[in-house]
Design a binder for this molecule. Structure first.
Ligand code: AMP
Ligand code: MG
Length: 396
């Protein structure tokens, strides 16, 4: 059986980012830039004041009467005339520095006299409290590089320099097919032997949380025809996930249905616990993930394979789960010959990270998923680890 690391690498090697498209900046949050974004003008676009105070020519001597206040430059309302030696204008933060002025004296260091004059408490340093044109950036400077996932700070920066549209990789649209005769949708009370299609809710929520677009295709009964019809519908999306029916039971039809189509299998069965029967390949140019149906296995294989692969489609550069080292709060069992992944809660406690491991690790349960924010990775070959051991933790 192939190892987790090798299987993931094979999946990533198979995939490349989706075709980039141009979008308005305000629709690009969370997306990855496909080409660098450049400033459309100098920033700031003119010399301006960093303080509320008085603008004057630095080094110009004050007459005995003090500097004569000849006007004002407010943010959004510049002073149009020239400030001559011995003169000053009131100025506010962000207001344009008038011609003739190159220095700002803060209000706190100026004394305004009756008669429209200002005395300074100390001589100003020429050029003080001025933000110079272009000191943040120059026109055409590259401000955000290709490959950057756009966050609020990037978007604010680009907005400030007039970037209205950006070239980005679109959000992958991901079809979710649920398989199983026993599944019913939320809203119905399951009869004997039936269960709610909870995996759909997990995947829909996780896909949205991770910045992808879920497309629910519905429940397929355990028969090849309906499954094949659902796959036809799913091919509209950029990637396809199915849950269940991927193992070796007589009702597991996913592989057989795919093999009748033009499916290029990359791997099936990985040495992990839970999630061993996970299947991955390409169907008509789209990545297809066949996830095992047990809820904890669906969730684990989503984190371990689907999420990194979809990040790849979305143009992200760092696609692997982020890791921490943390100390076990309770003893755990490993996966024997397989690499084990245990649902846990990672918490910062005084002097380091600790992991609290859910006592409900059964792969058929949802219980372990609730409140989990990470998975412990236990290498193959380890049968148990004691409380206090340091372990590798993958953040969700
Ligand atoms: P399978 O992988 O089809 O053999 O399913 C394994 C187990 O997972 C069975 O107990 C199924 O009832 C359960 N299961 C499969 N699909 C889902 C689903 N969408 N939601 C909740 N449980 C599921
Ligand atoms: Mg099934």
């Amino acid at each position: 059986m192939i190892s987790y690391d090798d299987a993931l690498q094979q999946a990533l090697d198979t995939l490349s980012p989706l075709q980039p498209k141009e979008l308005p900046l305000n629709q690009a949050a969370g997306l990855v830039l496909a080409s660098p974004a450049q400033a459309r003008w100098d920033m700031p676009c003119c010399d301006n004041s960093a303080m509320d105070g008085f603008a004057l020519a630095g080094g110009s001597a004050a007459p005995d009467t003090g500097f004569a206040i000849v006007g004002a430059s407010y943010a959004g309302h510049p002073y149009r005339d020239e400030v001559l030696p011995g003169q000053t204008v009131r100025i506010t933060t962000g207001a344009a520095l008038p011609k003739g002025a190159n220095t700002v004296v803060p209000i706190e260091e100026a004394q305004e006299e009756a008669g429209g004059c200002v005395h300074l408490t100390s001589p100003p340093q020429a050029g003080q409290h001025v933000r110079y044109r272009g000191e943040e950036c120059r026109v055409n400077d590259i401000l955000v590089e290709a490959g950057t996932q756009l966050r609020a700070g990037d978007i604010a920066l680009l907005a400030s320099v007039g970037v209205e549209r950006v070239k980005v990789y679109p959000k992958p649209r991901v079809a979710v097919i649920s398989t199983g005769d026993e599944l019913v949708e939320l809203g119905r009370v399951p009869g004997p032997g039936q269960v709610i299609n909870s995996n759909l809710h997990l995947l829909r929520t996780r896909l949205s949380e991770c910045g992808f677009v879920p497309v629910s295709i519905g429940i397929g009964a355990d028969d090849p025809e309906t499954l094949s019809q659902l796959i036809d519908q799913a091919l509209d999306a950029d990637a396809i996930i199915s849950t269940g029916g991927v193992s070796v039971g007589e009702k597991d039809h996913v592989q057989a249905v795919l093999e009748k189509r033009n499916f290029r299998k990359i791997f099936w069965k990985v040495a992990i616990k839970p999630g061993k029967p996970v299947l991955f390949g390409m169907l008509e140019g789209k990545p297809y993930f066949g996830l095992p149906g047990n809820p904890a296995a669906t969730a684990a294989t989503f984190e371990l394979f689907v999420k990194p692969a979809l990040k790849r489609l979305a143009g992200q550069v760092n696609v692997l789960p982020e890791r921490r080292r943390a100390v076990l709060n309770n003893g755990i069992k490993g996966g024997g010959t397989r690499q084990a992944f245990l649902w846990c809660r990672l918490e910062w406690q005084a002097n380091g990270y600790r992991v609290i491991v859910s006592q409900h690790q059964g792969s058929g349960q949802n219980r372990c998923l609730s409140a989990a924010n990470a998975m412990i990775s236990v290498p193959a070959g380890i049968h148990k680890l004691d409380r206090g051991t340091e372990v590798d933790v993958l953040l969700l």
